[in-house]
Design a protein around this ligand. Structure first.
Ligand SMILES: [Zn+2]
Length: 409
């Protein structure tokens, strides 16, 4: 068993915390913003100092590679993102990059023999907080999004396009550098859990088997707008009243399907949204996630079984989008689980409830993720936190899993 350095791992987290630092803690490091470019420059400086070769592709994804003993061997890559949401934390995304960097630094410093080249990479714009959608660059590489369309996306609340930000970043490289199956062998993505399970169950590592499938619907209720003072209660067709009944019913019905089903009605629009008018229309979202697509089929049946009329209002729905459950590579999972066991860390196999670049990459290369606990299950907030011990343990699992892949693949 090899181990990384806890001191170095902690120093990396601390050092990168200053790029986009907010008063009182946390960061705002939107994709390709000035602080994000500072973080990229620091990544380049550190990887080059370790003797890695740094290149970027045509969408600014960065790849820093350490050669292995076999010049013909394919590369093993560790990746994640360095951008954050507005008022985000010091772990989401950047932990994957910095644990990868720490693993390579350990390999260099301790002269650990390895046959395959080892790459650590940064995906551009994973969060989608400045340029929508999320996971934009891995989506472009995997053909999910059209590059030209993405280059034309304007920043939220501004005029700069993704293409302009990319050009002025200085990180536009060659499209032939994109992650590909001819040159790359396997993809690892360490990440904070972003949920409470590991902490609640007092576990150190999440061995992530995949990303849960999800369905996303809009449910709409049409009533009649009428005057708040002159329309007696009995004559109203109040869309909000009807929606509140539907939401309560959905909670009961969906809550009875499966204890691991998670569902959220998190967005609601009221028309005309005036305090003296009976609501004419309510539209609300329903997001449901589970690793078993059969359970999600049951969710869809509940939605399709909703009455078309509720308290005098008309109910209908739109399917927004969905994704099937993504299964990560069984062999890489065994490497991660094996490394975790050998290191003596407590763990569980689990699925990610959130989307990550690894889910797109898994269609290109064998891929896997490693989770470390998130304090209070919180992420996308300035108080996001994992302890130095936890970040170090995750890096140790990554190191040994990568070395298992290096010798077995
Ligand atoms: Zn992330």
């Amino acid at each position: 068993m090899y181990t990384t350095s806890k001191e170095r791992m902690t120093e990396k987290i601390t050092a990168f915390s200053k790029f986009g630092a907010l008063e009182g803690g946390g960061i705002t490091r939107l994709s390709l913003s000035a602080p994000a470019l500072e973080a990229r420059a620091e990544f380049k400086r550190r990887t080059e100092a370790l003797g890695l070769t740094v290149v970027s592709d045509d969408i600014g994804n960065i790849y820093a590679t350490l050669p292995g003993s076999d010049p013909d061997a394919k590369r093993i890559v560790v990746g994640s993102h360095a951008d954050s949401v507005r008022s985000g934390g010091n772990y989401d995304g950047i932990y994957g990059v910095l644990s990868g960097l720490e693993v390579i630094e350990t390999v260099v410093t301790d002269k650990i023999p390895h046959r395959h080249p080892l790459t650590v990479m940064i995906w551009t714009n994973e969060e989608g907080a400045r340029f929508e959608p999320a996971m934009m660059s891995s989506g472009i590489v995997l053909g999910k999004f059209e590059k030209e369309k993405m280059l034309a996306v304007k920043e939220t609340g501004g005029q700069t396009t993704f293409g302009e930000a990319l050009r002025s970043s200085g990180w536009v490289g060659d499209a032939k550098n994109r992650l590909n199956k001819e040159e790359y062998l396997a993809y690892f993505e360490p990440h904070i859990e972003q949920g409470p399970v590991l902490e609640e169950q007092d576990l150190e590592i999440g061995v992530v088997g995949g990303v849960v499938g999800m369905v996303n619907y809009d449910i709409i209720l049409d009533g009649v707008a009428s005057h708040a003072g002159t329309t007696p209660q009995t004559y109203r067709k109040d869309a909000l009243r009807a929606a509140s009944k539907v939401i309560t019913d959905l909670w009961e019905q969906l809550g009875a399907i499966d204890p691991e089903l998670v569902f959220t009605m998190g967005e609601i629009f009221c028309k005309p949204n005036i305090h003296t008018i009976v609501p004419a229309q309510i539209k609300f979202s329903l997001d449901a996630r589970h690793r078993d697509m059969g359970i999600l089929d049951k969710v869809v049946s509940v939605i399709k079984g909703l009455p078309t009329e509720v308290l005098g209002c008309t109910l209908y729905y739109d399917e927004h989008w969905g994704r099937k459950t993504i299964e990560f590579d069984a062999q890489l999972l065994d490497f991660v689980e094996g490394a975790t066991k050998e290191l003596g860390y407590t763990y569980k196999r689990m699925y990610s409830g959130a989307g990550h670049d690894a889910q797109y990459v898994s269609e290109l290369l064998p891929a896997v993720m490693i989770f470390i606990p998130s304090k209070d299950g919180l992420s996308h907030t300035t108080v996001e936190y994992s302890t130095p011990e936890q970040t170090w343990h995750g890096a140790n699992v990554l190191l040994n899993a990568v070395l298992k892949a290096d010798s077995a693949l």
